[in-house]
Structure formats: structure tokens, C-alpha cells
Ligand binder design. Sequence first.
Ligand SMILES: [Mn+2]
Length: 444
Amino acid sequence: MMILKNIENFVKILLEKTEGKKIHLVSHFDTDGITSAAIFSKTLERLNKQFSLKILKQLTEEEINLFPKDKAIILLDLGSNSLEPLSKLDTEVFIIDHHEIDFKPFDNLHIFNPHLFEEYENLCGAELAFLISKNISEENKSLAYLAVIGMVGDTMEKNITKTRNSILKETKIKIKKGLLIYPSTRPLDKALEYNSHPFIPGVTGDSKGTYELLREANIEKINKKYKALIDLSEPEMKSLVTAVMLRLSSKEKKSNYIGNLYLIKFFNKIEDAREISAMINACSRMDQSGIALMLCLGNNSARKKAEKVYVKYRQAIISGLKYIDKSKKIQGREFVIIHGKDKIKDTIIGTLTSILSFSSTYPDGTILISMTYTDNEQIKISARISGRKETNRNLKELMDSIVYSIGGESGGHKMAAGCTIKKENENKFIELIKKKLEFELIKV
Ligand SMILES: [Mn+2]
């Protein structure tokens, strides 16, 4: 198998070139990056290798120049976009990443990226890290649960590829097909009523409708409490799904409602991988990636701390939405510009803009542009399309064109993109984006 040959070669070079050397691990701050870092930390620890670790929001040239000169560098879930600056380092660099890559060979760079495999497979960073880790030692099979959490974090759970399937088989993970409401570990009546996505007409936000649905599905209370979704038997799950399907109109996509739940044994309890992933993500976005990492590795005190940070994160989301609701906005005919100033963290502005784009606050097709200050004299910008409606606009191209004119870094895709610019370019940015969006309106 081609992928296996790639892994074997990569591992051989990795072990040879890091022999007797210290290692500097660098990873991305989202769930996929944190789980990748957890897998590699454990792997290096088991090899008795000395290493340091850094978690980054973004890999910039400044960060690259701060890398220690005397250590081999291992990059996880990032690096594919920075081959040129990385090639200038006077040390061996290993890139384990799944982002698109514009490949050029450099002597000191060793790259493991599925875009370079003979046959591309859509794997996440944590899965790649796990494949390598397992090839280093069979003992590391025990880390497969982290690969699955990372995969759910990067929302690849609907796409079970060949290698993903083989990873899933190696874990003690239970896959349960059924309704995708969230959270799935709370009593069903609460989960259905307060569930934020997907929206079930006549049930979400409606307690009477919720009890009617449960009655119709023949799900009864046990000891005065409803079971959680993850505890339902197969026939119970089936009848619940049927009752929900009856409430959907033809507009709603069934695939948003039915799918696989990944149930992981975590701290001796069965948990929904989506919830662990959300907790890791929350910690990182609240500047606590250290807690997120220790949580991944099963540290008890980290678990308690993570729960607290998760509560704070949810509060930050709610107060952020309230702030946006009251704030002054620049409103165009088909766009709106939102400014979080120093009231909204740069790490949650994207999430807030996504929530707004899924709500009915703005008409479908409205372009939402949110900006907020970072703690290092920059502005983080997020762009989304309300209703996630397919239009002929491409937000990635829009962000790229901004950065092309006034500098900065951009990324994302057609429906969701973002960029970071210098704070001094704030007014230039507003004028430019207004001009572009108004101009495009005429063009359309
Ligand atoms: Mn990733």
C-alpha cells in the first residue's frame, strides 16, 4: 500500500536525523493541532527523547525565526504553506500536515502530507501523527482515540476513508448511528429542547413539542429521567429518528440530522467525541492550550480546569453575540461590517460570525465581515455568507485580494475565510472592503 511506504520512509528519516538531538514540536491551536501535539508528545516521551513544545495560532515568518537553532523541528497540522522560510533554517524540519501544499524540494525539509501521496486521502493532522506514531511503536496504538477526536474537530466524520476506517477499528470507539443532536450526553428532553443544531421544527426551543416527540417515539422516563441520546437502544434510536424525520420539510437536508456518533471512553466515562473536541477547542481559544493538551493526555486536574474554561468560553460567546447585537455596524445593501474593537477576542470572532451566519439575523446571502483587535497590534477579520447560501462570491478570493493590496495573511475557502492585517491599516481596510463589495454588487 502506497501510504504505508510513505510512512515507513518518513519514520526512518525522522529517527535517523533526530538521533541524539533535541526536538522542538510546533503545532496548531485548534482541536486537530492539539490532539496531534498530544500524540507526538506521548510518542517522544516513550522514545525517551528530549523535546520542547509550542502551540501557535498561526505560523508566521516571525515565529519561524524564533525557532531554536540547535533542535530538530517537527511541525504538526501546519507548515505546508511556509516551505520557503522553513527551508532557510539551519536545521532539519519535519512537516506532518494535511493542508494544501505548493511543493518544492528542499534539502532540510521532510514532508508527510497526503497531497503528496500517489493517491490522495482526506486525512487530518492528528490521523497523520497517529499513523507515524504507530509505525514508530505498536504501543502507540493506545493513542488512536486522539486521532478520532482530531478528526471530529476538523469535521471529517462524515467521510470514512480507507485509512480512517482502519484507524477507527484500532480504537475501542463505539460508533452509533442516529440523530446528530448536540449535546448527546444530557437527558433527551433537555438535549432536544435546547439543542442548537440541527434545528428541529416544532421541537427545538419548544418544551411541549419536545414531549410530544418523545411520546410519539415511545421513549419513556426511567426513574423520572430521560436517557441521554448516547444511551438509547437501537430500536429507540430508530423510532426517534422516524419521529424527527416526520417534522422536517423537504428544505431540510436529512444528512444534517442523521449520522455517526463517535463514543469514546475518556476519563473512564463514555463521551461523545464532539463534546471532547469542543472542550479542547474552547480551552485553546481562551488561551489555555496547555490545559487542552493535558486534558488530551488524561490529566485529572486538567479535566477540572478545562470544565471551568469551557463555561467561560460559552459565556464569552454569549456576551460577544450581545455586544455585536448592540454595536454600531456599517450596513451596505448586501453586506454588513461588524467591529468587535477590544471587546471580542480574536480567537472567537470567527465562531461568532459563523453563528450569526447560521442565524436568521441577516437575509440569506448577506456577506458578514467581522473585525476585531488582536493583542499584538493587528486586526483579525472573518468573512461568512449568511445562510451559507451558494452565491457567485468567493470569500477566500475576497480576503486574498485585500491582503494583496494592504498586506497581511489570509486563508479559508469560498464560504468562510479570514485574514489578519496591521492595525494601522484599519481605515484603508474598511474603505477597500466597502468599495469591493459595492463594486461587486454592480457587477452582479
Ligand atoms: Mn487540521
